[in-house]
Design a protein around this ligand. Structure first.
Ligand SMILES: [Zn+2]
Ligand SMILES: [Zn+2]
Length: 156
């Protein structure tokens, strides 16, 4: 789905659930769903204020909840004391690296992890359903080295 289509999908979700479709809700959806980043509620507030469209924090939190319920966005907890949100997109399951210095979040996919976690689960008599991995570390940029792969500066 393109950026516009996902915002339309959110509009349809609100209508189907008898939720008011407001310009502010759609603006919040647009910020989150059209971004490649993992945004905190504060990031969304700053982005909207920068656009000259400040939105109350309570409205942002409520709309983020609705975005998660609609399945269009995913909630992430990287143990930072606040939640982050990313567009669900069409991307398969992925893991995250989080820089403990600048807060940068980098995504990666590794099929071997799926196989490995299946084996570990089986060894313990579990039927594996899903897993979640967060690698904390210091990114290349914070170590004075050019980064590799895709990376998004999630905390400016
Ligand atoms: Zn960093
Ligand atoms: Zn992600």
């Amino acid at each position: 789905m393109s950026g516009r289509e996902v915002v339309d999908a959110f509009r349809a979700y609100l209508r189907a659930h008898n939720q008011p479709v407001t310009a502010q809700r759609l603006a919040i959806a647009e910020v989150v769903l059209r971004s490649d980043r993992h945004l905190s509620a504060e990031d969304v507030a700053v982005e909207l204020a920068t656009r000259g469209d400040p939105v109350a924090t309570a409205t942002i939190y409520r709309t983020l909840e609705l975005l998660v319920k609609s399945g269009l966005a995913m909630e992430r907890d990287f143990g930072e004391g606040f939640r982050r949100f990313e567009a669900a997109r069409d991307t398969p399951h992925h893991e995250h690296l989080v820089c403990t210095v600048c807060g940068r979040v980098v995504e990666f996919r590794e099929e071997r992890l799926d196989r490995m976690t299946t084996l570990i689960a089986e060894e313990h008599g579990f039927a594996r359903q899903r897993h979640r991995l967060i690698i904390f570390g210091v990114c290349g940029e914070c170590r004075g080295q050019p980064g590799t792969g895709q990376s998004y500066p999630d905390s400016a």
